[in-house]
Design a protein around this ligand. Sequence first.
Ligand SMILES: [Zn+2]
Length: 307
Amino acid sequence: MKYSFGIDVGGTNIKIGLFEITNFSLIEKKEVPTPRYNQAVSIFETSKKLMDELLKQHQLTYQDVHGVGFAVPCPVKNGYVVKCPNLKWETLDVISSMRSLLEPHVKVVVSNDANIAAYGENYSLEIPLQNAIFYTLGTGVGGGIIIEGKIVEGRTGAGGEIGHMPIFEGTEICGCGRTGCLEQVCGTKAILGYAKELSTVHESSIDFKELTVKKIFDAAKDNDPVGFRVLDRVAKYIALSASILSVSLDPDVIIIGGGIAKAGQILIDQILKHYRMYARFGTVDIPFVLAKTGNDAGIIGAAKYTI
Ligand SMILES: [Zn+2]
């Protein structure tokens, strides 16, 4: 039996999973706060400590370990990060940083967290497909593109940053420094803001105190005028962006994940309604599916990426 670790490094927490890779199953996972100081070193030392602990608990050694995969919250190109504001990394060779603490036979891989999630989701489908576009809808809108089974990092590592696709004439500045991004109409902040805006002109059963995306989309399922309009706008922009990607890449599948995708089938149905209007040629029939791996997408994808 061989094992791999999947490590999802976020600005707040580090999640690690120990996986048996022959049948691909999660043995155990842990989560610890991300160290706050000297992160170019401390994150790797913390990861090593967590790996040591998990191996010891399961009476394994590094001889049983095939690889370690990292998912990190910034663009990555060939294992290098140029700048990662969330982790205060600058010009960092992630692979060498981790390898220096490990035995030479252990394979180390890294990619952007949304790309890793895309990779994991694609390989979690009953029949893994070769070409997939993955959306992760949450506070931010992220994505990943898999072509011929491989993550598309692109020239600088910005490949798959579909949340920053310019999709409307906006004036507000996005986190990326530009305006009119997909994230600004489909991210959590945009959803809550649009619901509040609509509540001044439409009747609604939604309780606007401590408003959440879940409350809005639950109301949409009951045909609430505000809930439904908000859901419909998210679906429309996802569909529009997906149609642009489809006519460029003609993928086998489009996977919708992230917290907002918990809305479920109603979101997929509404996306499809708009998508069929925008799509061209054979791309009209591309299936949309909900992501399966949920909160563990990062560790699952990172461990799979080592194989
Ligand atoms: Zn942006």
